[in-house]
Ligand binder design. Structure first.
Ligand code: PXP
Length: 244
């Protein structure tokens, strides 16, 4: 069964819009777990635009699944994660110059810095995944810097509204290369209830991190049900009888 990491950043976005203490992303995370989330993901940004230090520290103590911290490749964040000890760290770009064309981390262009951060974090028993485009050169670079895994950026696939087969094929090729290199394969960005199935059916992908669409659905039906509906889709994607 594929794992579902629920990203609760945008619960914090709604809170920050008012500058008060509701809605609470920690409460949302606990409800997401009740709905079947296999992990909770948050991005602690340098500008603290949504998730705050307090959220991450409370999540570390309160959640029962695993904590995946998305963060920039900076010495300050590496120190922070080293103290916090999330289960996983996903290194993501925060500045324009760290981006590749589609929006993943440019591991190729920042190899030494990414390797240094990866080694420091993995030295503290934190699994490191690198958020990269479905680009074979980037995937190879992830293998070369010694990361535990990759999170393949699914944004381009999600942006296509009609025939996404070419973009899916790109992700499939990247996932299969990553697996051959011994990397664990995750995916995320832009996935929703309508576009997730073809990605969830790729056998190499063992985890999807999904945020915005689940939080948006949760506003309408509640977090527990929104997560449960996504879990059901993932279950369907991996069931033998599924033909779609
Ligand atoms: N994975 C990574 C690395 C991300 O940065 C994000 C967005 O914060 C997501 C997954 C989730 O994307 P979305 O909110 O579009 O589901």
């Amino acid at each position: 069964m594929i794992r579902l990491g629920v990203n609760v950043d945008h619960v914090a976005t709604v809170r920050q819009a008012r500058g008060i203490d509701i809605p609470d992303p920690v409460e949302a995370a606990l409800l997401a777990e009740q709905g079947g989330a296999d992990g909770i993901t948050v991005h602690l940004r340098e500008d603290r635009r949504h998730i705050q230090d307090r959220d991450v520290e409370l999540l570390r103590r309160k959640i029962r699944t695993k904590l995946n911290l998305e963060m920039a490749v900076t010495a300050e964040m590496v120190r922070y994660a080293g103290k916090l000890r999330p289960d996983d760290v996903c290194l993501v770009p925060e500045r324009r110059e760290e981006l590749t064309t589609e929006g993943g981390l440019d591991v190729l262009a920042h190899k030494a810095r990414v390797q240094e951060a990866t080694e420091a974090l993995q030295g503290k028993n934190i699994r490191v995944t690198l958020f990269v485009d479905p680009d074979e050169r980037q995937i190879e670079a992830c293998g070369e810097v010694g990361a535990h895994g990759v999170e393949i950026h699914t944004g381009r696939y999600c942006n296509v509204l009609d025939d996404r087969s070419r973009e899916r094929e790109e992700i499939a090729r990247a996932a299969s290369l990553a697996r051959r290199l011994g990397l664990e394969v995750h995916g995320g960005h832009g996935l929703n209830y309508e576009n997730v199935l073809p990605i969830a059916r790729l056998p190499e992908i063992i985890e999807l991190n999904i945020g915005h669409s689940i939080v948006a659905r949760a506003i309408m039906v509640g977090m527990e049900r929104a997560v449960n509906e996504m879990k059901e889709l993932l279950r369907k994607a991996r069931s033998k009888s599924f033909e779609g």
